[in-house]
Design a protein around this ligand. Sequence first.
Ligand code: SF4
Ligand code: SF4
Length: 113
Amino acid sequence: MEKLIACCGIDCVSCDARTATINNDNELREKTAEKWRIQFNSPEISLEMINCTGCREAGVKFGHCEECEIRNCVKSKGFETCGDCDELDSCAIVGNILQYVPEGKANLRSLKK
Ligand code: SF4
Ligand code: SF4
Protein backbone atom coordinates (compact mmCIF):
# COMPACT_ATOMS: atom_id res chain seq x y z
CA MET A 1 0.00 0.00 0.00
CA GLU A 2 2.77 2.43 0.96
CA LYS A 3 4.37 2.02 -2.43
CA LEU A 4 1.30 3.54 -3.99
CA ILE A 5 2.30 7.00 -2.79
CA ALA A 6 4.09 8.46 -5.81
CA CYS A 7 7.52 10.13 -5.64
CA CYS A 8 5.76 13.52 -5.51
CA GLY A 9 3.16 12.55 -2.88
CA ILE A 10 0.17 11.85 -5.14
CA ASP A 11 -1.76 8.79 -3.98
CA CYS A 12 -1.80 6.50 -7.04
CA VAL A 13 -4.62 4.47 -5.44
CA SER A 14 -7.06 7.25 -6.31
CA CYS A 15 -5.80 7.66 -9.90
CA ASP A 16 -8.27 6.70 -12.63
CA ALA A 17 -5.46 5.61 -14.96
CA ARG A 18 -4.34 3.02 -12.45
CA THR A 19 -7.89 1.83 -11.79
CA ALA A 20 -8.53 1.50 -15.54
CA THR A 21 -5.28 -0.43 -15.95
CA ILE A 22 -5.90 -2.82 -13.07
CA ASN A 23 -9.45 -3.53 -14.28
CA ASN A 24 -8.60 -3.32 -18.00
CA ASP A 25 -11.55 -0.92 -18.27
CA ASN A 26 -11.62 0.83 -21.66
CA GLU A 27 -14.66 2.91 -20.76
CA LEU A 28 -12.77 4.43 -17.80
CA ARG A 29 -9.66 4.81 -20.01
CA GLU A 30 -11.66 6.85 -22.51
CA LYS A 31 -13.28 8.98 -19.77
CA THR A 32 -9.87 9.58 -18.18
CA ALA A 33 -8.25 10.49 -21.49
CA GLU A 34 -11.08 12.93 -22.19
CA LYS A 35 -10.76 14.50 -18.72
CA TRP A 36 -6.95 14.77 -18.85
CA ARG A 37 -6.94 16.22 -22.39
CA ILE A 38 -8.82 19.21 -20.96
CA GLN A 39 -7.30 19.28 -17.45
CA PHE A 40 -3.69 19.17 -18.67
CA ASN A 41 -4.32 20.97 -21.97
CA SER A 42 -2.89 17.93 -23.76
CA PRO A 43 -5.00 17.03 -26.82
CA GLU A 44 -2.60 14.19 -27.69
CA ILE A 45 -3.68 12.01 -24.74
CA SER A 46 -5.40 8.92 -26.15
CA LEU A 47 -7.18 5.90 -24.69
CA GLU A 48 -4.11 3.79 -25.49
CA MET A 49 -1.93 6.05 -23.31
CA ILE A 50 -4.06 5.44 -20.21
CA ASN A 51 -2.04 2.56 -18.80
CA CYS A 52 -0.20 2.83 -15.49
CA THR A 53 0.31 0.59 -12.48
CA GLY A 54 1.61 3.43 -10.27
CA CYS A 55 4.69 5.65 -9.98
CA ARG A 56 6.72 3.31 -7.78
CA GLU A 57 5.10 0.02 -8.71
CA ALA A 58 6.59 -2.35 -11.27
CA GLY A 59 4.85 -2.35 -14.61
CA VAL A 60 3.63 0.01 -17.27
CA LYS A 61 3.68 3.80 -16.71
CA PHE A 62 1.60 6.59 -18.17
CA GLY A 63 3.99 8.34 -20.58
CA HIS A 64 4.15 11.62 -18.68
CA CYS A 65 4.96 9.79 -15.43
CA GLU A 66 7.77 7.84 -17.13
CA GLU A 67 9.38 11.15 -18.13
CA CYS A 68 8.52 12.95 -14.89
CA GLU A 69 11.23 15.36 -13.72
CA ILE A 70 10.39 14.67 -10.08
CA ARG A 71 10.53 10.90 -10.50
CA ASN A 72 13.84 11.16 -12.34
CA CYS A 73 15.27 13.49 -9.66
CA VAL A 74 14.23 11.11 -6.87
CA LYS A 75 15.82 8.18 -8.70
CA SER A 76 19.04 10.09 -9.46
CA LYS A 77 19.47 10.88 -5.76
CA GLY A 78 18.81 7.29 -4.73
CA PHE A 79 15.67 8.21 -2.76
CA GLU A 80 12.35 6.40 -2.58
CA THR A 81 10.33 9.63 -2.75
CA CYS A 82 10.75 13.38 -2.24
CA GLY A 83 9.90 12.66 1.41
CA ASP A 84 13.52 11.47 1.79
CA CYS A 85 14.90 14.80 0.55
CA ASP A 86 15.99 17.67 2.82
CA GLU A 87 14.96 20.10 0.08
CA LEU A 88 11.30 19.08 0.12
CA ASP A 89 10.03 22.29 1.73
CA SER A 90 11.95 24.60 -0.60
CA CYS A 91 12.00 22.59 -3.85
CA ALA A 92 10.35 24.30 -6.80
CA ILE A 93 10.27 21.10 -8.90
CA VAL A 94 8.00 19.14 -6.59
CA GLY A 95 6.42 22.40 -5.40
CA ASN A 96 4.84 22.76 -8.84
CA ILE A 97 2.80 19.62 -8.16
CA LEU A 98 2.29 20.02 -4.43
CA GLN A 99 0.51 23.34 -4.93
CA TYR A 100 -2.31 21.31 -6.55
CA VAL A 101 -2.09 18.34 -4.18
CA PRO A 102 -2.61 19.71 -0.67
CA GLU A 103 -2.34 16.28 0.95
CA GLY A 104 0.88 15.44 -0.90
CA LYS A 105 3.37 16.47 1.78
CA ALA A 106 1.45 14.63 4.48
CA ASN A 107 1.40 11.54 2.25
CA LEU A 108 5.18 11.77 1.86
CA ARG A 109 5.75 12.29 5.57
CA SER A 110 3.50 9.34 6.42
CA LEU A 111 5.96 7.06 4.60
CA LYS A 112 8.66 7.94 7.10
CA LYS A 113 6.65 6.90 10.19
S1 SF4 B 1 2.11 7.39 -11.62
FE1 SF4 B 1 0.42 6.46 -12.76
S2 SF4 B 1 -1.02 5.83 -11.17
FE2 SF4 B 1 0.36 7.36 -10.27
S3 SF4 B 1 -0.63 9.35 -10.56
FE3 SF4 B 1 0.74 9.01 -12.33
S4 SF4 B 1 -0.63 8.09 -13.89
FE4 SF4 B 1 -1.63 7.86 -11.95
S1 SF4 C 1 15.24 18.05 -5.20
FE1 SF4 C 1 13.01 18.30 -5.24
S2 SF4 C 1 12.27 16.89 -6.82
FE2 SF4 C 1 14.37 16.28 -6.29
S3 SF4 C 1 14.11 14.69 -4.68
FE3 SF4 C 1 14.39 16.68 -3.65
S4 SF4 C 1 12.30 17.43 -3.27
FE4 SF4 C 1 12.16 15.83 -4.85
